[in-house]
Design a protein around this ligand. Structure first.
Ligand SMILES: N=c1c2ncn([C@@H]3O[C@H](COP(=O)(O)OP(=O)(O)OP(=O)(O)O)[C@@H](O)[C@H]3O)c2ncn1[C@@H]1O[C@H](COP(=O)(O)O)[C@@H](O)[C@H]1O
Length: 115
């Protein structure tokens, strides 16, 4: 079992997951899926995130609620891995979400560049 792994951590949040991912990315020796994925580069991490997003979307329109939970967890893990690979912190994401709370989603949408 990996150094950071626990038999059952109960629940962990994104900050805790990001800390694990950062440690695994920086670690040496012990085999790590996280490290092997990040070593393949940002494009591979982005591809995996896209795959997991599609799998989550497909699960959401299917009948199996456990599949939505499982695919959603895969999606969040791969999002955190992509942020690590791309050098973006969850704090940056939280701050951006925080900035958006001062206006409605419709106002935020209207403020985006047309494309
Ligand atoms: N939360 C996760 C997590 N969620 C999903 N995955 C892995 O993500 C992979 C994606 O699923 P796929 O079906 O696409 O797998 P695959 O076909 O083997 O993937 P590829 O060969 O295409 O890369 C699977 O191998 C899953 O095990 C995860 N791997 C790691 N973590 C966390 O990261 C920690 C460190 O893991 P290691 O880096 O492996 O030590 C773990 O203790 C967990 O907390």
């Amino acid at each position: 079992m990996a150094k950071d792994a626990k038999p059952d951590a109960g629940r962990i949040d994104l900050d805790e997951l990001a800390a694990i991912v950062a440690r695994r990315a920086a670690g040496e020796g012990e085999a790590s899926y996280t490290r092997s994925l990040i070593a393949k580069g940002v494009a591979k991490c982005a591809q995996k995130l896209g795959e997991e997003a599609v799998e989550t979307a497909l699960a959401a329109v299917g009948p199996d609620t456990k599949a939505v939970v499982s695919e959603g967890a895969d999606l969040l893990y791969h999002f955190v891995v992509l942020l690590q690979a791309r050098g973006v912190s969850l704090e940056d994401i939280y701050a951006e979400l925080g900035r958006r709370t001062s206006r409605s989603g419709l106002e935020e949408k209207a403020s985006r560049p047309k494309g």
